[in-house]
Each structure stands twice: as C-alpha cells, then as structure tokens.
Design a protein around this ligand. Structure first.
Ligand code: NAD
Length: 278
C-alpha cells in the first residue's frame, strides 16, 4: 500500500497519514510503533512532552527500515523557548530518538503570555539551517501568532498542527494556511473519542455507504480536505483500520455533509485554548 505524500513549502514531502503517539505509555511505545511500522506506517508524530521518544527510537532502530523512508516529527516543549534552550532540547530529542536529524520539528504551543514564541521559531530556523531538522513548523498557533512569526522572521512554517475534527474545524486558521502555503496537520482527528462523532448521521451514513467504519469515514474526510493526520491507537486492529483508508472516496455531498457538522461556536474543542496554555 502506498500512502500519498504531500509536498511542504520548503520542497520536502510528508506522508499524509501517520501514527501519533500522544498518551502511548513509554513502556508500550516500542511495541506499538514497531507494530505500526510493520503494517506500513512510515510517519510517526511524537513530542518531548509525551515522554516516549526513546520507545519511538528503539522501534526505528530495530525496524531495519531505511532512514529516508521514515518521517519523524517531534516538538519543542513550552518551558524551553528561551535563550539556547531549543538547541539543547532538540539535541536531547535526537539522542532519545537515536537520530541525527528529525524530519519536522515544531514549536508545540505558542504560550503567548510568555511572549517568547517568535524567539523559539527563530531558533528553529537556525536548527533547520544547521541540519538538525529538515523542516520546521508550529502547533496550536492562531492566526495572529502565525502572522507575527512570518512578519518578524521572514520564514513561513511548513505546517501548523492544530486540533481539527468534524466538530471543530478551525476554518479561519485553515483559510490562512491555505493562502500562505502552510499545511494543516489535524490533531485529535477522531475528536479523541470525546464526542459521539461516529453516531452522527453524516458520518454514520457515509461509513455505511462505503462499507467502512465511521472512524475510516472521518479519516477519509481529513485526507480529502488536504489535511495531514496521525490517529492514535495502541490496538493492532485499529492501527490497521486507520491505515486502510485509501480504497474508497467520499462523494462531494458526503464531504459537504461532514463540513456542516461544525456549529462554529467553538463547542467542539476537546483540548485547551492556545491562549490559555503557558
Ligand atoms: P485521536 O482523535 O486520534 O483519538 C485517539 C483515540 O481515538 C484513541 O485513544 C482511541 O480511543 C480512539 N480511536 C483510534 N482509532 C480508532 C478507531 N479506528 N475506531 C474507534 N476509535 C478509535 O486523538 P489524539 O491521539 O489526541 O490525536 C492524534 C495525534 O495527534 C496524537 O497521538 C499526537 O501525535 C497528536 N496530538 C498533538 C497535540 C498538539 O498539541 N500538537 C495534541 C494532541 C494530540
């Protein structure tokens, strides 16, 4: 099976579907990532704060898969934006991952009350230029944060990784990203299981029409919207299910029906508001 790749604005490419390891316990990560690599995943999304980079690294090392076939993302945590902390943080992440370079390094949250995200992003530009990461991006950035880093550094991030699922579509950020050539990565693509997304008629009906599960219909919606996704599961059967989303296509009407699920009042958010995280 071939997972489609999307080109990023710096000329690199990223597999559009991967495996995210948020909340995968450290002692289960090597097994889970090994399983994922075994069945065909090639893109892994982790973060320093997840505490499981070593498990990701162990799975990569024992996989035998060529480094250039893998796409590995990790993230700079909030208390390490200042001074040369990003340099130390990426060195620690690379050590744990057993890699010389990651494919994508992200500022995890803007932490606007500390007002140090422009400095953090400027440090990421240096880290990219030094070859420690191929691409750089941000996560949980709102439009004013994005506008400010571009204005003050002159560099546009390759991606913005934001909470995004049918109940919370963040159209203002998606529109800005589309206009500026920034790819959107959807975190919590299945709503982290906190909503009855799967029982919603637009999703359940699309799933039934294509003889797939509601989770597969939701993942297919993300892919057809052009978003990058990396759903999390530690169950082998769900890892397979979440990868098996390239054999059907939602119709325009089915996509539009899922588009219509966001009430636009912010009530679908499952995570923290970026301005409240510091
Ligand atoms: P998700 O929407 O992928 O939900 C994961 C949950 O959905 C699982 O725990 C499981 O219970 C359920 N699930 C998974 N596959 C399923 C299936 N086929 N059928 C039914 N239920 C299924 O949410 P997530 O894990 O929060 O997000 C995915 C990834 O996004 C994370 O692992 C992480 O890499 C990233 N993330 C980033 C941030 C950030 O701040 N940048 C925040 C949260 C998550």
């Amino acid at each position: 099976m071939t997972i489609p790749a999307l080109e990023l604005n710096d000329g690199t490419s990223i597999p559009q579907l991967g495996y995210g390891v948020f909340k995968v316990p450290a002692d289960e990560t090597e097994r889970a990532v090994s399983e994922a690599l075994e069945i065909g995943y090639r893109h892994i999304d982790t973060a320093a704060i997840y505490g499981n980079e070593e498990g990701v690294g162990a799975a990569i090392a024992s996989s035998g898969i060529a480094r250039d076939e893998l796409f590995i993302t990790t993230k700079l945590w909030n208390d390490r934006h200042h001074d040369d902390e990003p340099n130390r943080a990426i060195a620690e992440s690379l050590e744990k991952l057993g890699l010389e370079q990651v494919d994508l390094y992200l500022v995890h949250w803007p932490t606007p009350a500390k007002d140090d995200y422009v400095h953090a992003f400027a440090k990421l530009i240096e880290l990219r230029d030094a070859g420690l990461t191929r691409s750089i991006g941000v996560s949980n950035f709102l439009v004013p944060h994005l506008e400010r880093i571009v204005a003050e550094t002159g560099v546009t991030p390759a991606v913005n990784q934001i909470e995004l699922h049918p109940a919370y579509q963040q159209r203002d950020i998606v529109d800005w990203a589309t206009a500026h050539g920034v790819r959107i990565e959807s975190w919590g693509p299945l709503g982290q299981g906190k909503y009855d997304l799967f029982g919603t008629p637009a999703i359940a009906d699309a799933a039934a029409a294509h003889d797939v599960t509601p989770a597969q219909a939701v993942l297919r919606w993300h892919l057809q919207k052009g978003f990058i996704v990396f759903p999390k599961s530690v169950r082998p059967e769900r890892l397979r299910e979440n990868l098996d989303v390239f054999g059907f296509e939602l119709s325009d009407a089915e996509v539009a029906a899922i588009d219509a699920l966001d009430p636009l009042d912010g009530s679908g958010r499952v995570g923290s508001h970026p301005n409240d995280v510091n």
